[in-house]
Design a protein around this ligand. Structure first.
Ligand SMILES: [Cu+2]
Length: 135
């Protein structure tokens, strides 16, 4: 009985580890389509240099905008949201496929990622950057 419980725990741990999201990474691969980020959740170590590999396979222009901690662009990205941007790669054209780097925020937390093209947030083009403290 104890042995089977132990095996069950080991199995569950493996399942959780394999689908839950890996630990933090410094390389993010994101595909943009009309209208979502895939994946739409990223975990990075605080303060590290991050490489973002972007591919826009959609038909229209997209953006990868990380909002400051505790701020949100809301349902529609407006001009005044510019003041709350942590980092951004704007105007990624259809067919765009390239790499850029940025430095992850030093403060751990969940940062909103949005696309500012009109109507895209409402269509679901939002994501989450989870910043975790380094070991
Ligand atoms: Cu978009």
């Amino acid at each position: 009985m104890k042995r089977s419980l132990y095996l069950l725990i080991v199995l569950l741990t493996l399942i959780i580890a394999s689908c839950g999201g890996a630990g933090p990474t410094t390389t993010l691969n994101v595909t943009m389509t009309d209208f979502q980020f895939t994946p739409n959740q990223f975990t990075v170590p605080a303060g590290q240099e991050i490489t973002l590999n972007v591919t826009n396979t959609g038909a229209v222009v997209h953006n990868f905008i990380i909002m400051n901690l505790g701020t949100t662009a809301g349902a529609t990205y407006e001009e005044d949201d510019d003041a709350n941007v942590y980092w951004q790669e704007r105007d990624i054209q259809s067919g765009g496929d390239f790499s850029v780097t940025f430095t992850a925020p030093t403060e751990p937390g969940e940062y909103e990622v949005v696309c500012r093209t009109e109507g895209h947030i409402a269509s679901g083009m939002v994501g989450k950057l989870i910043v975790v403290a380094g070991e």
